[in-house]
Each structure stands twice: as structure tokens, then as C-alpha cells.
Design a protein around this ligand. Structure first.
Ligand code: FPP
Length: 238
């Protein structure tokens, strides 16, 4: 198999990569498995991809694991996703820690079951000194909600007559130290943003890949990085 990692220019690696991990349900349907089996296989892909991202020199990896809209799914599927999240950290936290991964969360954690919240908070606590790569898990996350929360956060500190600016709003986003997204990858052949990272996507390169998330491998990530490196980013200039 071709080693794509050798074709990556280490000087042009995106700092922040965001991934919409889509296609678990279709992967399961194709194999006549229940949908939750697709999510289970999808969860198994996460840790090797984090490692591949760290190896490539990516500093921030944001993963869309559950959107504010996903509550509309059948109750059992939603419950299954929380269970998978808990299992993921129970099984993988040690390995994640060893790999120098710092875990952060973006989204409305207060809406989650108490056990899931505890597991997540523990992962953040145990990895807070790590710095090789930041894994930003977006859970119960909505891009519009993040902007609304940021505006409300700013209003609380606002001095009379003060106006909002892009810089001030950025300081109230979830985990404000996380920079703008350089590269967004969406799997499964869908061409949508689906309310992900709206503010930080402003100048991102978008790469849509025709692979279902449970089949996503390091080679796909590296292929997306090569595609990114072949794009010319102008940020509105010429
Ligand atoms: C989209 O597939 C995927 C999700 C809504 C959830 C993403 C979750 C995972 C990858 C597993 C959880 C990860 C961890 C670490 C616990 P879909 O169900 O929308 O697929 P479909 O569009 O084919 O139906």
C-alpha cells in the first residue's frame, strides 16, 4: 500500500483539522447490522485517527460526535451513543494519555447523562498537561448555539455603550484558545457543513470524501492533507 504520509509537506500541515464523522448508519445498513454497530465501529476508528493526526503534526483535531440536532434520533440510538462514549474513554484513556493527547470538549455538557459527563470531565482532567495534539470532542454541539453562547457570555461582561467585534466574540467561543479551522473533512459523500464550527470555518478548506466513517483510515486522512496542501489559500486576498 502506498505510504501517503511521505507525500505530506511538513511545512504546510494544517494546524486545526475538523472532521464530520458521517456514514455510520449507512455502513451498518450495507452490512445489515443495527445502526449502533455502525457507531461502535465508528468509535473504534477515532483513536487510530488521532494518532495519525498527531504523527502528521496536526495540533488540533475537532471531531463532531453528537450535534444539538442528534437528540431527534431514536432514544435507544442516543442512549447507545452515550454508552459508546463512556466505553471509549474507559478503554482508550490510558493510550490517549500516553500519546500526549490533550482532551477538550465543546458543546452543552450539561445536557448529557451524569455518567457520560463525569467520564468526559475526567478525561479532560487527566490529560490537561499534554500538548502534542488537542482532541476537541464536539458533543451536544451546534455551531449557531456556540455563537449565541459567545454573544451571551460577552453581554455579561459588556460595559455600557461597548460594541461587539470579531475579536471580542472569538474570546467567548467554546475553548477560545483553539484557532480557526484550516481543513474540514466530511466523510460519506455528503456535501454539507451541518451546523459545525460555523465561526471557525470562515476560511477553512473543505474536503468531502466518499468513504463511510467506519472505513476511514490514516491513508484517508493523509489523502485529505495532500489535497489541502495542493489548494491555494488566499484568505480573501489575491
Ligand atoms: C454520523 O453517522 C455519526 C454520528 C451522528 C455520530 C458520530 C459518532 C461516532 C463516530 C461514534 C462515537 C464516537 C465516540 C468516540 C464515542 P450517521 O449515523 O449520521 O450515519 P448515516 O448518515 O449513514 O445514517
Amino acid at each position: 500500500m502506498e505510504d501517503y504520509s511521505k507525500s505530506i509537506d511538513p511545512r504546510k500541515v494544517p494546524i486545526h483539522v475538523a472532521i464530520i464523522m458521517d456514514g455510520n448508519g449507512r455502513w451498518a445498513a450495507k452490512k445489515k447490522y443495527p445502526r449502533i454497530e455502525g457507531h461502535r465501529r465508528g468509535a473504534e476508528v477515532v483513536e487510530p485517527i488521532v494518532e495519525a493526526a498527531a504523527k502528521a503534526g496536526i495540533k488540533y483535531l475537532s471531531l463532531f460526535a453528537f450535534s444539538t440536532e442528534n437528540w431527534a434520533r431514536p432514544r435507544d440510538e442516543v442512549k447507545g451513543l452515550w454508552k459508546l462514549l463512556e466505553m471509549f474513554f474507559e478503554l482508550k484513556l490510558d493510550r490517549i494519555k500516553e500519546q500526549g493527547v490533550k482532551v477538550l470538549f465543546s458543546g452543552g455538557l450539561q445536557g448529557l447523562p451524569a455518567t457520560s459527563r463525569r467520564v468526559i470531565e475526567e478525561a479532560v482532567r487527566q490529560t490537561k498537561k499534554n500538548s502534542r495534539i488537542t482532541l476537541n470532542f464536539c458533543i451536544n454541539y451546534g455551531g449557531r448555539q456556540e455563537i449565541v453562547d459567545a454573544v451571551n457570555g460577552w453581554i455579561e461582561t459588556r460595559k455600557s455603550g461597548e460594541k461587539l467585534s470579531e475579536k471580542k466574540l472569538s474570546a467567548f467561543l467554546y475553548n477560545p484558545k483553539i484557532p480557526d479551522v484550516d481543513l474540514l473533512i466530511r466523510t460519506s459523500g455528503e456535501y454539507r457543513i451541518s451546523n459545525f464550527m460555523l465561526w471557525r470555518l470562515a476560511y477553512a478548506e473543505l474536503v468531502f470524501m466518499d468513504v463511510l466513517w467506519p472505513d476511514f483510515k490514516a491513508k484517508h486522512l493523509y489523502r485529505a492533507l495532500i489535497e489541502y496542501q495542493n489548494r491555494e489559500r488566499r484568505f480573501g486576498g489575491v
